[in-house]
Design a protein around this ligand. Sequence first.
Ligand code: GTP
Ligand code: MG
Length: 474
Amino acid sequence: MDNQNSAVTHHPQQETIVALATPNGIGAIAVIRLSGLDAIAIANSVWKGKDLTKQASHTIHFGHIVDGDLVLDEVLASLFVAPRSYTRENVVEISCHASGYIIESIIKLFIKKGARSAKPGEFTLRAFLNGQLDLSQAEAVADLIASNSKASQQVALQQLRGGFSTQLQTLREQLVNFASLIELELDFAEEDVEFANRDQLKHLIHEITKIVGRLIQSFELGNAIKNGVNTVIAGRPNAGKSTLLNALLNEERAIVSHIPGTTRDTIEEVLNIQGINFRLIDTAGIREATDAIEQIGVQRTMEKISQSALLIYVFDAELITLDELKSDLESLQKPGVGMLMVANKMDLLDEDILKLESIQAFFTTSGLPDMQTTFISAKEKLHIDDLKNKIYTAAIKDQLSGDETLVTNIRHLEALQKTEEALVRVLGGIDGSITSDFLSMDIKQALHYLGEITGVVTTDDLLENIFSKFCIGK
Ligand SMILES: Nc1nc2c(ncn2[C@@H]2O[C@H](COP(=O)(O)OP(=O)(O)OP(=O)(O)O)[C@@H](O)[C@H]2O)c(=O)[nH]1
Ligand SMILES: [Mg+2]
């Protein structure tokens, strides 16, 4: 990375930045945002209307943007005087007419008057550097913008409000206390004293480990909410997988036919169940392939299953034999992949009580945990809502309580895992009565990784990496 050009090392606060904050393209209005020491003065220098430098914060003014004698547009200017703004700097937001020409002309004019183009995420970076947001909150801003379901929006909002940060901050402070006591012991090394009560320290480490462990665990769900749950529909050819996909989506998405081997490539569609996005993947039926293309399809099905969180195993309730069921279960079960059994074509079983009972008995005696079978008819759309509920429950279990903090960010997960490792070393150290200096080192490491999450500890690379993924104007 070229540090010379990085927004972080370049004293960004001294420059005024400008960018379009609304999407590119024609629309009713566009918002151009200026932030920095000279933001108000720069806006005022091309302004015909009241003197903007003399107006109060949080006021809106009507006026014209002018380039010399040329009037560019009739606009509204919203004023936010430092530190009462998103970036804690002077901010002016110009609402103009959203023509590509007008937007470009106004931005060029601001640049001519001393502003420069903002880099991706630079407004939020400044909000972070000026203490308006901590790092995990700044990241939540990006998540909020990218959220595409009720649950992902809620989790991002919870993180933006600081749920995550407060929890970690309290833990960190307690640990900092101990770290300083142990440092003190180092100063009195000759006298062999213990300022830091080892039992209390152990208790605290246990507490922190518990919370860190819970946060680590929450990632599975947090990630599912943020990115959607990969859900594979698999089974033998003609079982009705594509018909089920269509029934779940309520749309004729996949081709259905009585010819086994109809689906050859995977088909993916998103289904929202109770605010959670499930990425449904219809696959090629699993059997001894009859040609090379089908063989690739079957291979792909197996790969998709291993990469998924949930497998919906569909079988033809009328035709399947118990031996086939058994061998399918053996070949399809993968560690870490939840499995739902779906007996399809129940409409054909109406009279066949014996068959129904034998399938049910098979699953109750199979010794497999939670192997409940859902009987459906994909074609007649019977019990589809029941199946949707089961899909939701299988993925979310009882984990979504509402105010629980969920980790959704892989960077946070990694920092938490490293914190956990350091904490384990601290505990081992206390039990093995290692010297204060080693103990102090491990505690410092734990503090370091905890601090990385909220941004108490940062590096230029880290910031560059996070904020470069933002859109320009945010
Ligand atoms: N009676 C009845 N027929 C069904 C049901 N579901 C699917 N079918 C029929 O079963 C045949 C196969 O359906 P598909 O959805 O194409 O099966 P598939 O599992 O996707 O098959 P492949 O793509 O070949 O692996 C079609 O003729 C469907 O109309 C059902 O619930 N009841
Ligand atoms: Mg199919």
